[in-house]
Design a protein around this ligand. Structure first.
Ligand SMILES: C[S@@+](CC[C@H](N)C(=O)[O-])C[C@H]1O[C@@H](n2cnc3c(N)ncnc32)[C@H](O)[C@@H]1O
Length: 379
């Protein structure tokens, strides 16, 4: 029996800033006994919840199922334990694999070396057993493995998601500074958008916030477009249960009213990309995206406004960013009565330029940037 089978315990990799909402989401999807750790949350789940979490979570990056945890003081010992696992339970030698490692405060101090030793162990295991060896594919392998070594304690896990869940499959083309799908989903979640009030992104770029809002409002599973998951490689994978989980989730998909989710951007090329991306998840074109300068929008009343203004770039019309953010503040004050705005600042120094009293702030990092999400209630 593997460790995850004995304990029913898994590890969800998630950004540290959003653990509160990720934990709530995990519990909604059936997880129990959650506990925080560095860059993730441990939780208990039965197979049904494990499949559902992978299919529906909008906030977590991947779920790891531990196979074995052991004291590991040398790369030779990692190799030795790596050879003791019955890898034929997970794959055949004609399939491909990828191994991701992270190490901290341990005798093995290079993550790439840890991954290499485990890879050697698995390849030698199959070569001795079958005379054939699996090959490596780091982009789209059949089996994704993870090895984590902290203070000389190693855990070898299967990535039950089969690659990061932020790849929803709708972003075929991307623009200059797109935000990650999980960051966009966390903004929609922090906004506590009810899926009924009109939602508008006046600086929509590639449309990530609009697409995540659409997935949420329609209750579309975020991994609907993914054609394989890592948990399908587990020896106890229950294909009938998985079919039922998918069917149940799909039967909950709801339609939304026209004009519920809208956005615009000043750049026509970017608008075309956003339209293309959104059409992948929304073939009925309920998400409306047009070209428009934000400052030409007449009004946005009774609306949930979400956006991510430019940062770290020179404005095309030579306006500096401080003035641009000041204009956003004026726009919100003058034309957005009875609305609530959630502005994501890639650089928090511009918050002061908005000139409006905020009602809440969240620290939300984005690819190394120390960003902030700020809520403004507009009367
Ligand atoms: C940081 S990007 C938004 C990224 C977006 N959240 C995404 O996921 O792709 C900022 C966007 O603001 C747009 N923009 C800049 N000035 C604008 C204006 N005056 N009116 C409308 N859009 C504008 C840019 O074209 C750019 O696409």
């Amino acid at each position: 029996m593997y460790e995850y089978q004995q304990s029913g315990r898994y590890f969800a990799q998630v950004a540290d800033d959003i653990k509160d909402i990720a934990e709530a989401e995990l519990i909604e999807l059936g997880a129990a006994e959650t506990s925080y750790s560095y860059r993730g949350i441990y939780f208990n789940a039965n197979p049904e919840s494990l499949y559902r979490i992978n299919l529906q979570s909008r906030l977590i990056n991947r779920v790891l199922a531990p196979l074995k945890t052991f004291d590991c003081h040398s790369d030779n010992y990692l190799y030795k334990v790596g050879q003791q696992i019955h890898w034929e339970d997970f794959m055949t030698p004609d399939q491909t694999l990828a191994i991701f490692a992270s190490v901290t405060q341990s005798n093995i101090n290079h993550s790439k070396y840890a991954a290499l030793r485990l890879k050697d162990a698995i390849i030698d295991y199959f070569r001795d057993r079958d005379g054939e060896r699996p090959s490596i594919d780091t982009r789209n392998p059949d089996l994704w493995l993870n090895v984590y070594i902290e203070k000389n304690v190693a855990t070898i896990s299967v990535d039950t998601s089969g690659g990061s869940l932020h790849r929803r499959g709708y972003r075929m083309q991307s623009t200059q500074a797109p935000m990650s799908e999980t960051l966009a989903a966390s903004i929609i979640r922090y906004a506590e958008w009810d899926g009924q009030t009109p939602l508008y992104d006046p600086l929509c770029g590639s449309g990530t916030l609009l697409c995540e809002a659409y997935l949420m409002a329609t209750k579309t599973p975020s991994a609907n477009r993914r054609n394989k998951f890592g948990f399908e490689r587990l020896p106890d994978f229950d294909s009938a249960l998985w079919t039922k989980i998918k069917k149940d989730a799909n039967s909950n998909i709801a339609s939304i009213s026209n004009n519920l989710i809208q956005g615009s951007d000043i750049d026509l090329k970017v608008v075309q990309i956003a339209q293309k991306n959104s059409s992948i998840i929304d073939p009925a074109a309920q998400i409306k995206i047009i070209q428009k300068d934000m400052f030409n929008i007449e009004k946005l009343q009774d609306t949930t406004i979400v956006c991510n203004p430019p940062y770290g770039v020179r404005m095309q019309n030579k306006m500096n960013l401080s003035d641009f953010y000041k204009n956003i503040g004026d726009f919100l004050k003058q034309r957005c009565t009875n609305s609530t705005a959630f502005i994501y600042f890639g650089e928090r120094e511009y918050i002061k330029n908005i000139g409006l009293k905020s009602s809440k702030k969240w620290v939300l990092s984005n690819g190394g940037l120390d960003g902030r999400l700020v809520k403004y209630v507009l009367y």
